[in-house]
Design a protein around this ligand. Sequence first.
Ligand code: GLN
Length: 288
Amino acid sequence: MKKATKAAALGLAAVMMAAALTACGGKTDTNKADDTAASGTQTQQTDASAPAQEQGETPAAGGTLTFGTNAEFPPFEFVAGSGVIDQYDGIDMAIAKKIAEENGMTAAVENMEFDSLLIALHNGQIDAAIAGMTVTEERKEQADFSTPYYTATQVMIVKEDSTIASAADMADKKICVIQGYTGEICVKDLGYPYEAFKKGTDAIMELVNGKCDVVVIDSATAQKYVGDNEGLKIVEDAAAFESEEYAIAVKKGNTELLNKINQSIEGMLSDGTVAELGAQYIEAISAE
Ligand code: GLN
């Protein structure tokens, strides 16, 4: 399996078609149901009462396409004064808007905890989840995923004077992760104790205040936090953290909507729209 390079981690155009679905370290333990962000949905798989929408139905043209997200993940989704969809801005929000528009629909956003996204999808509360969501084998049991549109990797954020130079150096350090993110799964797989926070910014504050030694989080989001906070740096370990791919999730079996989304994503990948959006939002972050 391919290891992440810096270029691949930051390159929107470099979507690797050979998906690395394990998120970290090449450990494919698909039996670990408790590792999934939405393990709670497992007992609901046979629940036939989808409240908001009929099972697998695509909203009709002219209707609203509701995307669930967790707007705490810049540059992919964050709350802004005025965003591309209501107050929501970022690479994913711009992609979501284009998908809806290309299909004659209006995009709406429901902001929720990352852990709730696949459950909301299952319940029909949202039509699709777009949240910098890494495709993993566990999540594929809960939802269907689109063509990937971004390649990322987990990195470590540490204080500038930290001695941490590799993932193994975290063994005796205080590690912070964000609950339900692939970073948590990776640290768990490495077998190290950690503390999980609800928000990336909370974990970063812990690091800034010297209450933890390292935050494990996705590469582009790490760049944003390091840019926003003095005295932090990014440490990469491509051997410990494999590349991950972000994709849009739909309810299992909703092939009609998935096909529409895939058509739009593939168009945006081949005409350079996704790469442009990436450059635009990542540049905006560095310029702040
Ligand atoms: N890529 C990470 C994951 O899928 C984090 C996503 C997010 O926080 N929005 O777990």
